[in-house]
Design a protein around this ligand. Structure first.
Ligand code: HEC
Ligand code: HEC
Ligand code: HEC
Ligand code: HEC
Ligand code: HEC
Ligand code: HEC
Ligand code: HEC
Ligand code: HEC
Length: 444
């Protein structure tokens, strides 16, 4: 009897290995049979289950798979489209044309409202608003890119465009060029002229609302010295509660039915997008805003032009935002909160932006600004005051983050204003620009 055991074990190991090897060959194909799919749709999945296993696994776990919506429903295009692919090894026998780029109109076939709301928001213009701004192109190509003959667009390709998006250019095979792809920006412009990106908050190919409800969905873009929204959130009581227990919350409630009780504290999505109480969900992130908090001077939003910095209806936005709070706080708590926040925004406008801008205008008229703003201590301080510290103070104050309102905000603001005032006075006194002293900020 004893001598049989090793043989049984050997046989068992052999059997398991055979099963494992065959699973590795066809990782998801066996599951595909559960879904209602046409033969053409099934072909894409079965081949891609080995070619790009990760994509099929993500799709397989999605609501789209449950609904029988698969590769072909999003990727098939008109054969005449500039985005129709040719020359893909593996696609020789395909009977339909496919594209690797998916503009929002594809999603709109089934999700019309979300696309319309997105198109009315500031996210829509994220790339196109950059095109007319010559100063920004100069910053990227002349200064950051040092006019390098080959590499002067590198900081755009690895920076700006990965948040803002770009004009995606395709070659004659329908493939996007290396300079314009891959790109996960929110305001991409597709070769057919369409604008937007529906796969930045709920990423492909899982496309989950649960993912987009978490603060990390916004964090790949809303961070850093000039709009530290994720850091601000982590500094609030809400962020603290999310960090300690968010893993246990209910994230997948139906659209418009994700309510306090599923979670104890709001995330970015709760305040800016999700339905709560009587408020309907929206993909227009401008709808609940009052101020503009990123412009040099904050003003109340009052425009329906999607290219305007004041896009939104500030008064209506404030009412909606206060309705969010009222699901969990009393009205006096909420009123007191916004009273202090608004005071901070007005302080920034009057005590920082007004004087620094007046000094800049006076120096410009006296010919006392350098031509290169990025090598002029006064102009760099002017920039930091509105673009970095000033945004941190305003956004920190309006979103309840004391460290950002104060230490990274107003404390830094007064330091920069004193230094800028000194340079301004020196220039007027001497009638010339000081020789040394380009500002290097150790805090940035
Ligand atoms: C017989 C296998 C096979 C079938 C069937 C197939 N594909 Fe592919 N597909 C491939 C291979 C191989 C690649 C190239 C992967 C690479 O470049 O790494 C590819 C690439 C792609 C790409 C990216 C294009 C590129 O050049 O990078 C997309 C999008 C795509 N397939 C979608 C589809 C869709 C949609 C279907 C069904 C209509 C489909 N595929 C059917 C094998 C297949
Ligand atoms: C709900 C729509 C949808 C479905 C279903 C879908 N895709 Fe995609 N796919 C996208 C979007 C959106 C992108 C990103 C396109 C862009 O950058 O414009 C993408 C990109 C891709 C890419 C190129 C990017 C990369 O990571 O290589 C491939 C390949 C691809 N999909 C294959 C598939 C396959 C295979 C399936 C089926 C298992 C599938 N897709 C199902 C929407 C979809
Ligand atoms: C892929 C990058 C990216 C992601 C992810 C992203 N945003 Fe944005 N967001 C931007 C950019 C870029 C802008 C600036 C758009 C402009 O005005 O040109 C912006 C602007 C905004 C604005 C201000 C709009 C205005 O008109 O002033 C709000 C509010 C906002 N985002 C909220 C969110 C929230 C909430 C999330 C997550 C649920 C999120 N964003 C996810 C890139 C992103
Ligand atoms: C990490 C992501 C990210 C990068 C990189 C980035 N931005 Fe932004 N940008 C944003 C976000 C988010 C906003 C919204 C700011 C806010 O609400 O405070 C924004 C706002 C702006 C705005 C104001 C929006 C408007 O409608 O006028 C401009 C202009 C801008 N960015 C230009 C640039 C340029 C140029 C670069 C590269 C040199 C760049 N950004 C790099 C995320 C980014
Ligand atoms: C700024 C982040 C962001 C972007 C960009 C975004 N979404 Fe969403 N999306 C969300 C959030 C957050 C939810 C969940 C809202 C809630 O809590 O109910 C959601 C939910 C959805 C749902 C679920 C609706 C349902 O009935 O279950 C669909 C569909 C959807 N989005 C489609 C889109 C489309 C199409 C686009 C492109 C125009 C898009 N999304 C762009 C954040 C985003
Ligand atoms: C052919 C129809 C169809 C297309 C095209 C389509 N979807 Fe969907 N989508 C559905 C259906 C059906 C559901 C499930 C019902 C629902 O939640 O509305 C769904 C659900 C979703 C959800 C919610 C998933 C969840 O967690 O509950 C998101 C997010 C989403 N889709 C995003 C997209 C995006 C982004 C695109 C384009 C890249 C897209 N869809 C293209 C039909 C489609
Ligand atoms: C408790 C609710 C709440 C949460 C959570 C929250 N915000 Fe905000 N957010 C606000 C309020 C209130 C304002 C200021 C609105 C006003 O009065 O103009 C604001 C302003 C903003 C702005 C400034 C828009 C501009 O004009 O420059 C951005 C961008 C933004 N939030 C993004 C985010 C992101 C990203 C997250 C998560 C990391 C987040 N918010 C979390 C309530 C919230
Ligand atoms: C889902 C419920 C929920 C929503 C919605 C919500 N909060 Fe809170 N909030 C909480 C909880 C829970 C705490 C922690 C209470 C504590 O510290 O004991 C908190 C704490 C705070 C605090 C810290 C001071 C304090 O009383 O503890 C402020 C300020 C605050 N919230 C403001 C807001 C504002 C402004 C809004 C709307 C823009 C809002 N909250 C929306 C649940 C919520």
């Amino acid at each position: 009897m004893r001598s049989i055991k090793p043989l049984v074990i050997l046989l068992a190991i052999l059997l398991i290995s055979v099963v494992l090897v065959s699973c590795a060959d066809q990782p998801a194909a066996s599951e595909v049979s559960e879904y209602e799919l046409t033969d053409a749709a099934r072909d894409c999945i079965e081949c891609h289950a080995t070619e790009t296993h990760g994509i099929v696994a993500d799709w397989d776990s999605s609501r789209h798979a449950e609904e029988g919506i698969s590769c072909i429903d999003c990727h098939q295009v008109d054969p005449d489209s500039p985005m129709a692919l040719s020359g893909v090894e593996g696609h020789e026998d395909l009977e339909v044309a496919v594209s690797m780029l998916i503009p929002p109109s594809v999603c709109a076939e089934c999700h019309e409202d979300q696309v319309a709301e997105f198109n009315a928001s500031g996210h829509y213009r994220a790339h196109i608003q950059l095109i007319p701004k010559a100063g920004l192109t100069a910053l990227v190509e002349v200064h950051e890119g040092q006019n390098h003959p080959e590499f002067n667009t590198a900081s755009d390709e690895t920076g700006c465009m990965l948040c803002h998006g770009t004009d995606i250019i395709v070659d004659e095979t329908g493939h996007p060029t290396a300079e314009t792809y891959p790109v996960q920006g929110i305001g991409n412009v597709y070769p057919n002229g369409e604008i937007g990106n529906c796969a930045v908050c709920h990423t492909r190919h899982a496309f989950e609302k649960a993912e987009a409800r978490k603060p990390q969905a916004c964090a790949s873009c809303h961070l850093g010295p000039d709009h530290p929204d994720i850091e601000i959130y982590e500094n609030t009581k809400h962020g603290q509660i999310y960090d300690t227990e968010g893993g246990d919350w209910v994230w997948d409630s139906a659209y418009g039915e994700w309510e306090p009780g599923d979670y104890r504290a709001p995330t970015c999505a709760t305040c800016h997008m999700s339905g709560i109480g009587d408020l309907a969900p929206t993909h227009n992130v401008n709808q609940r805003l009052y101020w503009n908090l990123w412009t040099p001077e904050s003003k109340v939003r009052d425009s329906d032009d999607v290219m305007s910095p004041l896009l939104g209806d500030g008064e209506a936005g404030r009412v909606e935002m206060m309705e969010v709070c009222s699901a969990c706080h009393s009205s006096s708590h909420t009123a007191g909160y916004f009273d202090s926040g608004d005071k901070a925004v007005k302080l920034y406008n009057e005590a920082y932006w007004t004087p620094i801008e007046a000094m800049r205008v006076e120096l410009a008229e006296a010919g006392l600004l350098k031509e290169n703003p990025w090598n002029d201590e006064f102009q760099i301080l002017h920039y930091y005051i509105w673009h970095h510290e000033g945004r941190r103070a305003r956004q920190g104050a309006m979103m309840g983050a004391p460290d950002w309102a104060h230490w990274h905000g107003f404390f830094q603001l007064q330091q920069k204003l004193y230094r800028a005032t000194e340079i301004y006075e020196l220039r007027l006194e001497n009638g010339s620009i000081e020789q040394f002293g380009t500002y290097v900020d150790k805090d940035e």
